[in-house]
Design a protein around this ligand. Sequence first.
Ligand SMILES: [Zn+2]
Length: 162
Amino acid sequence: MPVQPIRLFGDPVLTTAADEVTTFDKELRVLVRDLTETMLDAPGAGLAAPQIGVSLRVFTYDIDGDVGHLVNPVIGTRSDEQQDGDEGCLSFPGLAFPTQRHLRVVASGFNMYGDPVTVEGSELMARCIQHEVDHLDGILFIDRLDPVQVKASPHATRGLAV
Ligand SMILES: [Zn+2]
């Protein structure tokens, strides 16, 4: 089954820094397919490999129908300008918190065939990239929040779930 169970908060894979992909083989292409199908099934706007239990630096995104993936992503440029907005995470079902992020970012990495690619985004795409790269570093969005805010203002996911 290509759709995989999504790992939930408390699973140690979510707080472990993921490894660089070194081999661009069929196994990687299967991982990208599984990630994409699991994300679309959820549905979510993005999904990182550790969220399906694979500790590799790969994530997928689906922002307004723009579906793609990035392997070994590195955020090279972050705008000084910030954005506010609700952010959710598929590993925290039903929860969303206002989370500050950079408004625009540029990330470089590779596609599943090993070709260099650059993904540039603002607003939701930028939020998704920052959230997913955090996942690959073992950082969860609640780590970005003020603890008082987490206690005071959980509410149902309406915004991005990634
Ligand atoms: Zn997430």
